[in-house]
Ligand binder design. Structure first.
Ligand code: F6R
Length: 605
C-alpha cells in the first residue's frame, strides 16, 4: 500500500527522499511523487508508474532541485485512477501547504462539498486532496493549530506528512489507524511509513501513536497531542540491520528471504526459549483459563494459522478455530472471555486483522498477537504480543516471516500443552529439540535448489496447477498454492486429497500439474492413491515429501525432503514450495518482488 517518507535536515532532501521511496517500493504502488521546499517555493513532481519514471522527471528538471525539507509518497490507488494528478503530494489552491497521506478519508465527499461551496477548486479525484485544501483553508499562521483542526475534521484513517511554505523549516506529522515512524539522525529528522525507508540513515526511531503530532526541525523533534499538550516519547533502537533491507547479491528479495529461513527460524526459536521479552510472555501465559482458541489472520498468515490448528489440537487437545480476519470481523463470532484469540500478522498493520482484533476485544476475548514489525498497531493493541525475529521482509510474497510464524506457533503449542498437562516434560524436551533442529533441516532442504529450479523451468506453460495434501500437508498445500499464484499468475488451488473425488477431479485433464505433499507417514498410502487417480486421468505429479524409495518417470517427479516429524514438517515442505513458485515466476521473467495489483501491507479494507 502507499508509502510515506519525509526529511528535514542539513542534507539534500531530494536524494534522501528518492532513496527512501525506493525502499518503500516493496509495499506496492502505482505512482510516486515528491515535494521539496526549494528557495521560496514548493516544487512538486509526481508521476504515474514506476519510481524510475519519477527519477527521469527529476533528472529533466530545468535546474536541479535542491532543498533541505521535503516529502515523498508512493501511491496505491484507492480513490481515483493511477495518474499524475492523483499522485501525492497534494497541494492546496494557494500552493501554501503540501501533504502526503496514507489511509482513507471516509468523509472526504462532505468536506470537499463544503470547501467547494467556499470557492475552493479541486483538481484530483482523490480523498487525500481534501486534506491539503482543508489545511490551507484553516491555516492562520500556526501549522500545529491547523493540523489539529484538520485531524478533528477528518474521519477515517490517516498518516500524514505536512509542510507549509510559511514555516519552511518545519515538517509536521500525525497519524490515526495508519503507521508512521519518526527517524532521528545526526543531520536531521525523518518521517516514514516504515523502518526500511530510513534504515540507511538511522536505527533510532519514535513510534507515533494515534493522534500524536510530531513537529520536526533539523535539530529538534517535539511531540504533542491534539490539545497541544507536550508529550515525552521514548526513542527506540531498531535491531534490524541495513543489510537485511538490501538484496545482497540475489536477483530478488524473495530468493534472498527464502535463503535466510534457517537463520530466521533459529532466531525466532531462540527469542522464545532464551531470556527476553518473548520468553517471559510465553512462560507466564495462563492458557488454562481458556476453553477455546481462535486464530485469525489474512493470506499466508491465515495459512500459518491453519497449520497451527493441527499442531495445537494434536498437542493441547484444545479446540482451535481458524478464521479469515475479513470474515471474522463481520460474522458475530462466538468468542468471550474464555476465548484466546491469536492474531497472526507480519506487518501488524493489516486492516482486516486489526478490525478482527478490535472485534475480539469488544467481545471480551483475550488477544495474543504474533507480529514481525515492532511497534505496529496489532503489536501495541493486543493484550500480549510475541514478536517473530524475521527482520524486515521486503518481497511482497511472504516467505521468511511465514516460517518464523510457524516456528513460533510450534513452540507456543508445546508450551501450552505442558501447562495444560497434555504432554510430559519428557515429551516437551523431545519436541523442543526437534524444533531446534529445524534450521539445520531447512538448510539441508535448500540444497535441492538446482533440481527445483530445473523442474520449475518446465512448468511455465501450465494453465492450472493444483496442490494436494492430507491433514497438515493439506494445510501447507494452501500456502504452496498461494505462493505460486500470487507471483507466477498461474491459476492454482489447494485441496485436501480426500476431497478430489467430491468435485475437483473433474478439472484434471491431460497436462494438468498436481503437486502432492506427503510428510504424514500414516497417510502416505492415501495421498499416493490420490496421485495415482490424477495420473490415470492424464495429469503429471510432482511429489514433495520425506517418503523414500519413490520411483519416478515422465509423469511422476519427486523432491525428497529431510526427515522431520509430521507436526513440524510444514517448515521444510514450505521451502520447497516457495522455491517452486519462485522459479516458475522467474522463468516467466516476472516482477517477482512486486507482483501486479498486490501490496505488501494491506492497510485498507
Ligand atoms: C502472501 C502474503 C499475504 C500476507 C497477508 C497478511 O505472500 O504476503 O497473503 O500474508 O496480506 O499480511 P500480514 O501478515 O502483514 O498481516
Amino acid at each position: 500500500m502507499c508509502g510515506i517518507i519525509g526529511y528535514v535536515g542539513s542534507k539534500n532532501a531530494i536524494a534522501i527522499i528518492v532513496e527512501g521511496l525506493k525502499k518503500l517500493e516493496y509495499r506496492g504502488y502505482d505512482s510516486a511523487g515528491i515535494a521539496i521546499f526549494d528557495t521560496n517555493n514548493f516544487h512538486v513532481i509526481k508521476q504515474k508508474g514506476r519510481l524510475s519514471a519519477l527519477e527521469t522527471r527529476l533528472a529533466r528538471a530545468r535546474r536541479p532541485l535542491k532543498g533541505h525539507i521535503g516529502i515523498g509518497h508512493t501511491r496505491w490507488a484507492t480513490h481515483g485512477e493511477p495518474s499524475d494528478i492523483n499522485s501525492h503530494p497534494h497541494v492546496g489552491n494557494k500552493n501554501k501547504i503540501a501533504v502526503v497521506h496514507n489511509g482513507i478519508i471516509e468523509n472526504y465527499k462532505q468536506l470537499k462539498e463544503r470547501l467547494e461551496q467556499k470557492g475552493i477548486r479541486f483538481v484530483s479525484q482523490t480523498d487525500s486532496e481534501v486534506i491539503a485544501q482543508l489545511a490551507e483553508y484553516y491555516y492562520d499562521g500556526d501549522l500545529i493549530d491547523t493540523v489539529i483542526k484538520v485531524s478533528n475534521a477528518l474521519e477515517g484513517s490517516y498518516a500524514l506528512g505536512i509542510m507549509c511554505i510559511d514555516e519552511p523549516d518545519t515538517l509536521v506529522a500525525i497519524k490515526k489507524d495508519n503507521p508512521l515512524i519518526i527517524g532521528v539522525s545526526g543531520h536531521g529528522h525523518f518521517i516514514a511509513s516504515d523502518v526500511p525507508a530510513v534504515l540507511k540513515y538511522t536505527n533510532k526511531v519514535y513510534y507515533l501513536n494515534d493522534k500524536e503530532i510530531a513537529v520536526l526541525q533539523k535539530g529538534a523533534a517535539q511531540f504533542c497531542n491534539t490539545d497541544k499538550e507536550k508529550l515525552q516519547k521514548t526513542l527506540e533502537t531498531v535491531t534490524w540491520s541495513i543489510d537485511s533491507a538490501e538484496k545482497g547479491g540475489y536477483p530478488h528479495f524473495m530468493l534472498k528471504e527464502i535463503m535466510e529461513q534457517p537463520k530466521v527460524i533459529k532466531d525466532t526459536v531462540n527469542s522464545i526459549l532464551k531470556n527476553g521479552e518473548n520468553k517471559n510472555i510465553v512462560d507466564n501465559f495462563d492458557i488454562k483459563r481458556f476453553n477455546k482458541i481462535v486464530m485469525t489472520a489474512c493470506g499466508s498468515a491465515y495459512n500459518a494459522g491453519v497449520v497451527a490448528k493441527y499442531v495445537f489440537e494434536r498437542l493441547c487437545r484444545l479446540s482451535v478455530d481458524v478464521e479469515l480476519a475479513s470474515e471474522f470481523r463481520y460474522k458475530d463470532a462466538v468468542v468471550d472471555e474464555k476465548t484466546l484469540v491469536i492474531l497472526i500478522s507480519q506487518s501488524g498493520e493489516t486492516a482486516d486483522t486489526i478490525a478482527a482484533m478490535r472485534e475480539a476485544k469488544r467481545k471480551g476475548a483475550a488477544t495474543l498477537s504474533i507480529v514481525n514489525v515492532i511497534g505496529s498497531t496489532i503489536a501495541k493493541e493486543t493484550d500480549f504480543c510475541i514478536y517473530t525475529a524475521a527482520g524486515p521482509e521486503i518481497a511482497v510474497a511472504t516467505t521468511k516471516a511465514f516460517s518464523a510464524q510457524l516456528a513460533l506457533l510450534y513452540v507456543l503449542a508445546v508450551r501450552f500443552a505442558v501447562q495444560l498437562e497434555k504432554i510430559s516434560k519428557e515429551t516437551e524436551k523431545e519436541l523442543l529439540s526437534e524444533i531446534k533442529a529445524l534450521p539445520a533441516k531447512a538448510a539441508e532442504m535448500l540444497k535441492h535448489i538446482d533440481f527445483i529450479q530445473k523442474y520449475a523451468s518446465t512448468c511455465i506453460g501450465y494453465k492450472s496447477i493444483f496442490f494436494i495434501g492430507r491433514n497438515i500437508d493439506y494445510a501447507i498445500a494452501l500456502e504452496g498454492s498461494l505462493k505460486l499464484k500470487e507471483i507466477s499468475y498461474i491459476h492454482s488451488e489447494a485441496y485436501a486429497g480426500g476431497e478430489l473425488k467430491h468435485g475437483t477431479i473433474s478439472l484434471i485433464e491431460e497436462n494438468t500439474l498436481v503437486v502432492a505433499i506427503s510428510n504424514c507417514g500414516r497417510l502416505y498410502n492415501k495421498i499416493m492413491s490420490n496421485a495415482e487417480q490424477v495420473v490415470s486421468r492424464g495429469a503429471k505429479v510432482l511429489l514433495i515429501g520425506n517418503c523414500q524409495d519413490i520411483k519416478t518417470n515422465d509423469n511422476f517427479s519427486f523432491i525428497g525432503l529431510p526427515k522431520v516429524s509430521e507436526l513440524f514438517s510444514p517448515s521444510i515442505s514450505v521451502i520447497a514450495l516457495q522455491l517452486f513458485g519462485y522459479y516458475v515466476a522467474a522463468n516467466k521473467g516476472l516482477d517477482i518482488d512486486k507482483p501486479r495489483n498486490l501490496a505488501k501491507s494491506v492497510t485498507v479494507e
